[in-house]
Write a new protein. Structure first.
Length: 133
């Protein structure tokens, strides 16, 4: 069965937001990471990760896709067969926003938010993997 893996939220102040969830609610810190166009910091409530995104340039296509800061950017759903679910979202007329053959596959639900589908285990820590602290 598919499951929500994380909810990604665009923010102005990544450390301040993550510190709030850690200190106010006791969410566990899960590390920091970096992509070419954004920084990420994750916390976990015991079941679901919240991933905070800070884009280097708010004019980049993916920064603009969700709207102005702050907002929920997308949420990720882990699936057992990426190609099968890409076909299903196409059946429903979803707009594919990324390469449909490469995870994560981002798409927009008609009249709704951005979602990404990823293979099961994509966001599980790999043995020996290091995150940026």
């Amino acid at each position: 069965m598919a499951r929500i893996a994380h909810i990604a939220i665009k923010v102005d102040e990544i450390d301040r937001v993550a510190d709030f969830y850690e200190k106010a609610f006791g969410f566990a810190p899960k590390g920091k990471s970096r992509s070419p166009d954004r920084s990420r910091r994750r916390v976990n409530d015991g079941a679901v990760d919240l991933t905070f995104l800070k884009y280097d340039d708010e004019d980049s296509p993916m920064a603009q896709a969700a709207g102005q800061v702050p907002c929920i950017h997308h949420f990720a759903i882990e699936v057992d067969d990426l190609a099968k679910y890409v076909a299903k979202v196409r059946e429903f007329g979803c707009e594919i926003l990324s390469d449909p053959n490469t995870a994560p596959v981002k798409f927009r639900i008609p009249g709704g938010p951005i979602i990404e589908i990823v293979p099961e285990g994509r966001y599980q820590p790999k043995a020996g993997a290091k995150t940026i602290d």
